[in-house]
Write a protein that binds this ligand. Structure first.
Ligand code: SF4
Length: 427
């Protein structure tokens, strides 16, 4: 359920079925141009589609002119409390202005900003924060915080519409993940405008990423949300961008760069997989193609669930193997696994995305795999596969039983059912 309306932040479409746009916010003092521009370039390289900068002072609004001119991606000016700064940001050419109409000094000042935004064709991001809802919603906030947030957002939208302005997206920020999910679900049903999603003040890289993945991932999986920002307590804004991309990639909403698959490891591991995975992940950052690379901690499963990977490695104490699309490529000393993996990947690209296979080396690798495989070992992967197969069998048996019982059971409720304890969906 993408939003019906679409706006454009610079050249980036937001809403109306456009790809979910990734944004972040610089952590620098905006008026410090070298620092701000360096961070904008870093986040753009990491994959940010849009960047937001704080504009709390005159000198920041002044710096916006240069930032907008030099930024490789569209720039949103983030304004609170001061409508004059919003006016200056629009005049400086900001591609979008973020403000909360509730804290900008009253409807007249909002109207003044909107008049100028309309004149310049500048879209706005309007919204509400759980910490600063209007006074008349305080009791509702106490009784029903989700409804209070949604009501405040809908009132903001109504204000925009009364002023004849529809070039905006809406955000509704809460520090609570359940409230973020519930309020955005409700709001998506009530308004046609694009939604900016985020869990505000989510926390550190670790906890904030998880909260954001749960909150935003749930909404995005429902088709709700047109642009996302991951709020992390770090000065490295590019980390926010990386997390946003991982969420979008996990949901297959967008593709960017390689996908690394790695087993969780277990007692069968015989090499330092932590370091190997970290090194593979670091080196993959240099690649833009959505190639899939897998790292398995041992070969006891064979290539197993990594069969579909474009390239992969698995190792034992001294030797390991490189494979591609389920086929062994070559055997190499464990210490050289990562270097040799990347040589193979580079050869693949140099040959126009064709895997380069040396039959003698492949035969050697197959022999190594045969020695190290153990089809009888109960590995985590095999246990999971057995459990999945058992569930599938149960489901099939249920379906057969249901179809056998359906004609005779039609109209019966559970109590009357000839099979005690079984659920019937018809009554
Ligand atoms: S058995 Fe599975 S989880 Fe354990 S090290 Fe081997 S591949 Fe990794």
């Amino acid at each position: 359920m993408a939003s019906q309306r679409q706006i454009h932040v610079g050249g980036v479409p937001v809403g109306g079925g456009a790809p979910v746009a990734v944004q972040t916010m610089t952590k620098t003092e905006t008026a410090n141009l070298p620092a701000t521009m360096a961070q904008i370039r870093t986040v753009a390289d990491a994959g940010a589609d849009i960047v937001r900068v704080a504009v709390p002072r005159e000198q920041d609004a002044e710096a916006l002119k240069t930032i907008v001119a030099e930024s490789p991606i569209p720039v949103i000016a983030d304004i609170h409390f001061n409508h004059t700064l919003a006016l200056k940001a629009i005049e400086a050419g900001a591609h979008c202005v973020r403000l909360n109409p509730g804290n900008i000094g009253g409807p007249d000042k909002v109207a003044e900003v909107i008049a100028l935004a309309r004149q310049h064709g500048t879209p706005l991001r309007v919204g509400v924060n759980s910490g600063s809802l209007p006074k008349h919603l305080r009791q509702l906030e106490y009784d029903n915080p989700v409804e209070a947030l949604v009501t405040a957002a809908v009132e903001t939208v109504a204000l925009m519409e009364r002023l004849g302005f529809e070039d905006f997206k809406v955000s509704m920020k809460s520090t609570s993940v359940p409230n973020t999910i519930a309020s955005n679900r409700l709001l998506a049903e009530r308004i046609p405008y694009p939604l900016h999603l985020g869990v505000t003040e989510a926390g550190t890289k670790w906890s904030g990423s998880l909260k954001s993945a749960v909150g935003l991932g749930t909404l995005l999986a429902d088709g709700i949300g047109d642009t996302i920002r991951i709020s992390l307590s770090t000065f490295h804004a590019e980390e926010e961008v990386k997390v946003a991309w991982e969420i979008l990639k996990a949901l297959k909403l967008r593709e960017r760069g390689p996908d690394l698959i790695a087993c969780p490891t277990c007692g069968r591991l015989q090499f330092d997989m932590d370091s190997v995975v970290a090194e593979v992940e670091r080196r993959l950052e240099a690649y833009e193609d959505p190639i899939e690379v897998s790292v398995l901690g041992c070969a006891v499963n064979g290539i197993g669930e990594a069969r579909h990977a474009d390239f992969g490695i698995t190792g034992a104490k001294d030797m390991g193997m490189i494979y591609s699309k389920g086929e062994p490529l070559k055997k190499v000393p464990t210490a050289q696994l990562v270097d040799e993996l990347f040589k193979e990947i580079d050869r693949y690209y140099a040959a126009g995305k064709t895997v380069q296979r040396d039959e003698a080396q492949a035969a050697d690798a197959r022999a190594w795999l045969a020695e190290n495989e153990d089809a009888t070992a109960m590995t985590p992967e095999r246990i999971a596969a057995l459990e999945a197969a058992a569930e599938q069998e149960d489901a099939s048996a249920d379906a057969v039983l249901d179809s056998m019982l359906a004609p005779a059971g039609a109209g019966l409720d559970e109590a009357e059912s000839p099979v005690a304890g079984r659920r019937f969906t018809r009554s």
